[in-house]
Write a protein that binds this ligand. Structure first.
Ligand SMILES: Cc1cc2nc3c(=O)[nH]c(=O)nc-3n(C[C@H](O)[C@H](O)[C@H](O)COP(=O)(O)OP(=O)(O)OC[C@H]3O[C@@H](n4cnc5c(N)ncnc54)[C@H](O)[C@@H]3O)c2cc1C
Length: 440
């Protein structure tokens, strides 16, 4: 009997993050022989944990929800999740801590009537007059007006998140990734909220949140790897990739540990790396932002009740922090957490970033007590920089890799801002279904 995995073509998948693993899952199910190759030693891509002493930290604030597509694709991995209650807050421009994204009741409801009317008038005015669609700023101002946009600190946060002034971030980015704002500010959504209040109609039950297992992401992704290996998928991790070449009708991928051949090549590694490996060196790569994650220990009482805290204040380079000890428990009486610092321009040392973090959080009243930096991790290609020039370079680079027959997908592979793993799975499935429709 013919092995099911040998019935189709052979496929090389570069990258073992969520997108690469999803591609391996779908293609092995469709009867292809799949090999996953990654420079990283562990599967899971940028779902990365870092063990320092008794602490396990992550880069990013990574959580899962009870509607995640991961439950569908990798049930053995999701069985390791820890149920948690994830609460999210933000430091406002007034140095207060409020819930994220907005605490309408406290921030708007308590304002004196003339200011309320001024804000409502400003929102209405921009709804009626602001139709320009050049940047993310246009998208937000049309929905919130100038006053709320500036007073909430959203302008400051977008600058920190995107590494650019909001007026330079493309409108397409907002259309694709800020639909939550469109929904939350749509007249029908607001009307539904008011109706619910008057009729006391119950809201849909909230989704359950989950965190990775206490031991870190490798424990979770080893389960996914085993599941795929049982379905015939092969893994070559720590591959030290050096080149991608055309090989007859297919591809040859070479690394420090060997050469792999396949009929088809799917890349989920950073687009600039794919291009470099394929010898495409005559075009500029789209720009990415690097991120330094600070790993901290704290002894004392935090001045905020949230698990995740965003920085919407002008002070401090840091963008967001995640209190791991809120859900895994303290270690020897110490809280521990990760702090994300994106750095669009010149990279600062972790020590300088930590001093900046200490100074700003002290002025916000967040950490009165013993605060220590215990480690850090630098991540290249952490966030795509989404200005017009980068968008053009992305298109050109994708065209050139596509001309070679390489299929690019995922947050890194397609240079796409994919905020969470469930969306990465959905988009990978969609891209693979489209390729199957074209006879691949
Ligand atoms: C800064 C940051 C914050 C994130 N926050 C969240 C979050 O809040 N929630 C959530 O669910 N997910 C988060 N993620 C993960 C991400 O958004 C998706 O959920 C998912 O991990 C995308 O998977 P992917 O396979 O497309 O890409 P990735 O997992 O990003 O990478 C795929 C592959 O690319 C290669 N690669 C990636 N980066 C590098 C590098 N710097 N150098 C060399 N090779 C590299 C590796 O081979 C890797 O296996 C975050 C990721 C980053 C980088």
């Amino acid at each position: 009997m013919m092995d099911r995995a040998q019935a189709g073509s052979s496929v090389l998948v570069l990258g073992s993050g969520v997108s690469g693993l999803t591609a391996a899952y779908e293609l092995s199910r469709a009867g292809h022989a799949v090999t996953v190759i990654d420079d990283y030693d562990q599967p899971g891509g940028n779902h990365l944990s870092c063990n320092i002493g008794a602490y396990t930290f992550d880069i990013g604030a990574i959580f899962f929800w009870s509607n995640s597509l991961m439950l569908d694709v990798f049930p053995s991995a999701t069985a390791t999740w820890e149920p948690i209650e994830c609460t999210t807050g933000r430091v406002t421009p007034a140095r207060t801590v409020r819930s994220y994204p907005f605490d309408l009741k406290r921030e708007f409801g308590n304002l004196p009537l003339p200011r309320k009317l001024a804000i409502l008038g400003d929102v209405a005015w921009h709804r009626l007059t602001h139709f320009r669609k050049r940047s993310v700023e246009d998208f937000v101002v049309r929905r919130l007006g100038q006053r709320l946009y500036r007073e909430s600190g959203l302008d400051i946060y977008i600058r920190r998140f995107c590494g650019l002034p909001p007026e330079r971030v493309t409108y397409t980015f907002a259309e694709r990734r800020m639909q939550w704002l469109r929904q939350k500010t749509s007249v029908s959504d607001v009307a539904r909220g008011v109706f619910r209040r008057f009729t006391r109609k119950a809201r849909a039950p909230a989704l359950q949140g989950f965190a990775r297992p206490r031991q870190g992401f490798p424990h979770m992704y080893d389960q996914a790897k085993r599941q795929l290996e049982a379905a015939g998928v092969r893994f070559s991790l720590g591959a030290g990739l050096t080149s991608i070449t055309r090989d007859g009708g297919g591809f040859a991928v070479t690394g420090a540990t060997g050469t792999w051949r396949g009929d088809r090549l799917i890349s989920t590694i950073p687009l600039a790396m794919t291009a470099r490996l394929a010898g495409i060196d005559d075009i500029a790569p789209p720009r990415s932002m690097m991120m330094t994650t600070l790993f901290c220990r704290f002894r004392g009482t935090p001045g905020f009740p949230y698990t995740v805290l965003y920085n919407f204040h002008r002070d401090g380079v840091w963008k967001r922090l995640t209190m791991h000890s809120n859900y895994y428990g303290q270690v020897g009486g110490d809280a521990y957490f990760s702090v994300e610092c994106t750095q669009p321009d010149e990279a600062q040392s972790p020590e300088a970033l930590f001093e900046d973090f200490r100074a700003s959080t002290e002025s916000f009243g967040l950490f009165a007590g013993e605060l220590e930096l215990v480690g850090h991790l630098e991540t290249e290609f952490a966030y795509p920089v989404l200005d017009e020039e980068s968008a053009r370079n992305r298109e050109v680079m994708l065209q050139r890799t596509e001309q070679m027959g390489i299929e690019s997908l995922g947050r890194q592979g397609a240079f796409d801002y994919i905020p969470h793993s469930s969306m990465a799975i959905g988009l990978a499935r969609k891209a693979l279904a489209a390729a199957a429709g074209r006879g691949r």
